[in-house]
Design a protein around this ligand. Sequence first.
Ligand SMILES: Nc1nc2c(ncn2[C@@H]2O[C@H](COP(=O)(O)OP(=O)(O)OP(=O)(O)O)[C@@H](O)[C@H]2O)c(=O)[nH]1
Ligand SMILES: [Mg+2]
Length: 409
Amino acid sequence: MRTMIVGVHYPAIHAVFEMMMQELKELALALNIEVQYSFVQNLPVPDKQTYLGSGKVSELRQFIQTEAIDLVLFNEELTSVQYLYFQDQLDCAIEDRTSLILRIFEQRARSREAILQVGIARLKYTLPRLVGAHRELTGQQGGSGFRGSGETQLENDRRLLHQKLQRYEKELRQIAKERQTQRDKRKKSDLPIVALVGYTNSGKSTLLNALVDEKKVFEKDMLFATLQTATRYCETDDHLPFLLTDTVGFISFLPHELIQAFRSTLEEIREADLIIQVIDVSHPEYTKHIETTEQVLESLGVKDIPMLYVYNKIDKGNIVFLQTREPHLLISAKEKTNLDQLKRFLGKTLFGNLERYQLWIPYAQGETFAMIMRHVHVNEVQYQENGIYMDIETLPSFKKKLESFIILN
Ligand SMILES: Nc1nc2c(ncn2[C@@H]2O[C@H](COP(=O)(O)OP(=O)(O)OP(=O)(O)O)[C@@H](O)[C@H]2O)c(=O)[nH]1
Ligand SMILES: [Mg+2]
């Protein structure tokens, strides 16, 4: 497939323009589409109706013809007006950034929840652009100005899509409710929750896998490898337990339809006690990745949660490290470099204010004993004749579960 990318370079996106164009190529590559040509116009702002200036459109049309281009990818999300305009003007397939990202998500979605979320985002994207698809289907019969069968058909299709959207949203609400129940249960377990966030492909899933022993999650060198939130049991260097959550990665200009659709999944981040932002420090644009990540977090209403900046992939030679955020650590998830340091940090941050108790547990309370062993830091255990003596350290919030076993001095 002969493919080209087209972008308008204007002051408002000047700082990220090159990165966006490069990313657009990578997004295409994630769908096995190789980009051959790039077409850029400098403008003060993109044209509201035609995105490019009108002279440039003829030039583009000419180029498409001469080079036999099959597909044009636009650097940004086109408005429905712009989209329809290009559909009319260009003699090849067109797709914008949002649609491309949606396609990747569609390809990767496996769980029912992810499929619904992506489906909703796609429907919301498609509905306002339906006219164009129709004009193509119904051929040239428009233009004479009467309400032909095409238009009734259009109304029909729109209604069907609306109904589908409502069905999806209803089902997703149900799943979101279940997710909330799971979350509440997790909260009740009193284990602190740590969320991994960051730009796509920065190494979040690899880090999670490096920190847990079993039930590995999917990691791969591609954009948006993870669509499904996964939570795993984990321990600090002192064997203090916490939960670690891996989430979908971010990207600049992440379509708002997707953020909205993935809200229930991403809300897990809001309930974290600590956020680890994973940054691919070998990427030339990593400081922009940090900014993007923080913008997305803000749009999700994530605030006032302590954040640790973990600069990953230090094993790759080409690192120019300019520290911008604190607290931070430099690691390699792949080579497992400095993970001890990370675990120590987590221990200090999550369990810094541990309280020490002496417990006495009768043998009849075997289950409680097992539960306590799992959830606290144990200094000493003595199996005595009538019961078990324990010297432990734990978070103050866990005290109420232990109350009846505490030995008062
Ligand atoms: N060299 C090197 N590669 C790494 C390191 N950590 C992760 N990678 C690679 O980076 C790629 C992406 O890793 P993932 O863990 O899937 O990234 P992610 O952040 O989960 O990505 P998404 O799920 O797409 O958001 C994989 O090919 C990893 O092997 C590292 O420390 N060093
Ligand atoms: Mg991942």
